[in-house]
Design a binder for this molecule. Structure first.
Ligand code: GLN
Length: 487
């Protein structure tokens, strides 16, 4: 059932073919039998989910079901939930329970969705493999020796294994799109400001966005429709009206101009990724799209600029974890306040988080601020201008989401810089604040999924969802499920 998609599930509920209770039971059963291998869930809220599901079943019977009534959803563990722990996959927040839930959680629950649990990520969303979790490894459902990507690795793995129809992740530099690409599903990073971040534990505030991961563009549209829109509790969230993403999905693509940046299609691309991605371009051509070659000349500086801006903001955001206000406090007997701060942060943070706090503090320090942080901001403007120029010639930009398929667990443990470099195609959309989507477009070496990315002008999520939906009507990559998780 889970594999059917939200619209079909709604129909099955309406027609009495199944009930939310049965569906939630199925999700929990799949998780209980499959997650010991996969490692996606940090917290499973079985009892609560079952209770909600029986309420949803009653609502269906009474004819007052809401749009996502009875749909099981998983949440990345950086999103605050008053009724479940929220650890950000950090030991520092072991067992932490926020006093309130994020706006996205309120909206999902208000629409009838059932949160089944919290899923793993790189600690505080810092990483590209979920290996930086303070708790556990998450494996790629297509090949357990590979990473699911990160930092929303638990969200992507849970959807790819069809434990849940959809999950929320966050994307600061690619953390929704990259794991979606590695796990063969769809992941959408909305425009900066489209979705409220009230109740999201901040990593890099000028880049972070919450967005959906699901097996199809249609299901991403279902989720975005509910979570998008202004929020008085988040001043960075804009009040632009939310279009009807679902109603616009079916519009044809004829005349759509897709821009191919030379920098995204050249050297460094694995041959199997390049050939799957080129195959998808043919499909778009048949659907009536026009392909336009263009340049995004500052792409080569994007990773450097991103890792300066992101770490600078992280060093400031993570200062709040001092052992006083949140989570676990460590202190030596009779020690001073400073010793308590030190012991808490020393024991609580993992090594990647410490590396980033130090890098960011350095980039912001007097004497280096101009050379690093300010320079990175200037590069950020240039990258944004590249996109604005490109969008004068095309409606959306297309390229592979990642230079290669999912890498083996442990591949970059001794060389974090090499891992940072693989973010080359995803960080640009965050630096420019633009919406971007990744979706499966083929299979590369080892039977691993290949993802294609589309980037659009600000607030053109509808265009992205429609472009992927039309592609998915013409192809069936999104229906593939890893053999060990097929029903
Ligand atoms: N891989 C990038 C990083 O490590 C992106 C993370 C994210 O988007 N949260 O910062």
């Amino acid at each position: 059932m889970i594999a059917r998609g939200i619209k079909q599930l709604r129909r099955a509920f309406d027609e009495g073919e199944t009930t939310p209770e049965a569906l939630v039971d199925e999700a929990l059963r799949r998780i209980e039998s499959g997650d010991s291998e996969l490692g996606a869930f940090l917290h499973l809220a079985s009892e609560q989910a079952r209770k909600r599901a029986s309420d949803s079943t009653l609502r269906y019977r009474a004819g007052n079901a809401r749009p996502l009534e009875g749909i099981p959803i998983a949440l990345k563990d950086v999103i605050c939930t008053a009724e479940m722990p929220t650890t950000c996959a950090s030991r520092l927040l072991d067992g932490y329970r926020p006093p309130y839930s994020a706006t996205v959680v309120e909206r999902l629950e208000g629409a009838g969705a059932i949160i089944v649990g919290k899923v793993n990520n790189d600690e505080f969303a810092m990483g590209s493999s979920t290996e930086n979790s303070g708790y556990q490894l998450t494996r790629n459902p297509w090949d357990p020796s590979r990473t699911p990507g990160g930092s929303s690795g638990g969200s992507a793995a849970a959807v790819a294994a069809r434990f849940v129809p959809a999950a929320l992740g966050t994307d600061t530099g690619g953390s929704i799109r990259q794991p979606a690409s590695f796990c063969g599903i769809v992941g959408l990073k909305p425009t900066y400001g489209r979705v409220s971040r009230y109740g999201l534990v901040a990593y890099a505030s000028s880049l972070d966005q919450i967005g959906p991961l699901a097996s199809s563009a249609e299901d991403c549209a279902e989720i975005l429709q509910i979570v998008a829109g202004g929020d008085p509790r988040d001043s960075t969230c804009v009040t632009h009206p939310v279009p009807s993403y679902l109603a616009e999905l079916g519009q044809p693509l004829a005349g759509l101009r897709l821009g191919l940046p030379r920098e995204y299609w050249g050297e460094g691309l694995a041959p199997d990724v390049a050939s799957s991605a080129r195959g998808a371009l043919e499909v778009y051509r048949e659907l009536g799209a026009e392909l336009v070659e263009l340049e995004l000349p500052h792409t080569e500086y994007a990773v450097a600029a991103y890792y300066l801006v992101a770490t600078a903001e992280a060093s400031s955001n993570l200062a709040r974890f001092d052992g006083v206000r949140y989570g676990v406090r460590k202190s030596a007997e009779g020690g001073s306040l400073l010793e308590m701060y030190k012991a808490t942060r020393h024991d609580g943070f993992g090594s990647e988080v410490k590396r980033r706090i130090m890098l960011g503090t350095y980039a912001l320090s007097a004497g280096y601020y101009d050379a690093y942080y300010l320079k990175a901001l200037k590069v950020r403007s240039l990258i944004r201008d590249d996109f604005l120029r490109a969008f004068a010639r095309c409606d959306a930009i297309v390229g592979p989401t990642m230079p290669d398929v999912a890498f083996p667990i442990g591949a970059y443990v001794d060389d974090p810089l090499q891992m940072y470099l693989t973010d080359i195609f995803t960080v640009t959309a965050n630096l420019a604040g633009l919406p971007a989507i990744s979706f499966p477009c083929g299979v590369g070496g080892g039977g691993l999924p290949v993802g294609l990315q589309l980037i659009a002008p600000a607030f053109a999520e509808s265009l992205l969802l429609r472009a992927v939906h039309r592609y998915q009507q013409a192809t069936d990559w999104h229906h593939r499920v890893p053999a060990r998780y097929a029903e």
